[in-house]
Design a protein. Structure first.
Length: 296
């Protein structure tokens, strides 16, 4: 079993390699100090490793690093400076997520079967959702049917390949306002998909969409059967189909549960800006994907 020191070293080496190759342009440098004592690579590593170790808030991550890892990061700046540096990297973390998934693909994923779903990122709960104004560039008020709640925030959408006996391997990860319908988000990436089957929940039901996908892209979209108007019960075939689809797509629900368990990504009430929201979402996704690919 890999101990935490090996994990930290592996993470730092990977971050340094990716930073030098292609991540550095995504760091906002607001001063003439292009070579700070505490490097951008260290900022990224400290945050990701803190999340991997189970700390969900930036203050917790900073305190953990200061108390236990100061020998590894002797130039750790003040907490305020650390947060400022981290928030300047809001454009970097989505690229890092993409790199992790590209660099460490699973060997046994089933390319012909894809699974899709979304998860709410909650900036403000129902009581505060109408008054919240954080990250208005992207966030707004929406409804989460699976939880039965209104909230202010965004949605994370993941389309992934099914893998035998383990969690799906994400292929597309996107972020939309909370009010956006899942089907609308799917339509943005559908033109880039060709061949195979996609299993989704009832939010993606659209008969015209299914016909177009099959005709133009040889892509079949399967969802549970939705009752027609005035239909009280599903017939036996419809029940069996719905059960089968739900069973096949269950791993994508497990993936979201696993991400939440590892990162506590869903509750973002401490976020105070658009930059902070992007770091919260894609920084935690980067940590989760690092765990996923290295564990596999």
């Amino acid at each position: 079993m890999i101990d935490w020191k090996e994990n930290l070293i592996s993470l730092f080496i990977y971050v340094c390699q990716k930073y030098q190759q292609e991540l550095w342009p995504y760091c906002q440098r607001m001063s003439n100090n292009s070579t700070p004592e505490f490097t951008d690579e260290e900022v990224i590593t400290v945050y990701l490793f803190g999340v991997i170790r189970g700390y969900s808030q930036i203050k917790e991550i900073y305190d953990y690093t200061s108390d236990h890892l100061i020998d590894w990061f002797p130039q750790l700046p003040s907490y305020t400076a650390f947060v400022q540096r981290l928030n300047r990297m809001d454009s970097l973390f989505p690229v890092l997520v993409e790199n992790i998934l590209t660099d460490f693909p699973s060997n046994e994923y089933m390319k012909e079967i894809r699974l899709i779903d979304s998860m709410p990122i909650i900036l403000a709960n129902a009581k505060r959702s109408s008054k919240a104004k954080v990250a208005q560039e992207l966030a707004n008020k929406g409804y989460c049917s699976s939880k039965g709640i209104y909230y202010y925030g965004v949605k994370v959408h993941i389309l992934g390949f099914k893998q035998p006996g383990t969690l799906p391997l994400p292929d597309y990860i996107g972020l939309t306002p909370a009010s956006d319908h899942d089907l609308a988000a799917f339509r943005q990436i559908a033109p880039y998909l060709h061949g195979g089957k996609i299993f989704a929940d009832k939010a993606y039901i659209d008969e015209l969409e299914k016909q177009l996908l099959f005709k133009e892209q040889q892509l079949e979209l399967y969802t549970p059967v939705k009752k027609k108007k005035n239909q009280k019960y599903l017939d036996l075939f419809e029940k069996l189909l719905s059960t089968s689809v739900s069973r096949i797509r269950q791993p994508i629900e497990s993936l979201f549960s696993w991400i939440e368990q590892k990162t506590k990504i869903q509750i973002a009430s401490k976020v105070r800006s658009y930059n902070g929201l992007m770091v919260h979402v894609f920084g935690k996704l980067a940590a989760a994907m690092f765990l996923l690919v290295f564990n596999s």
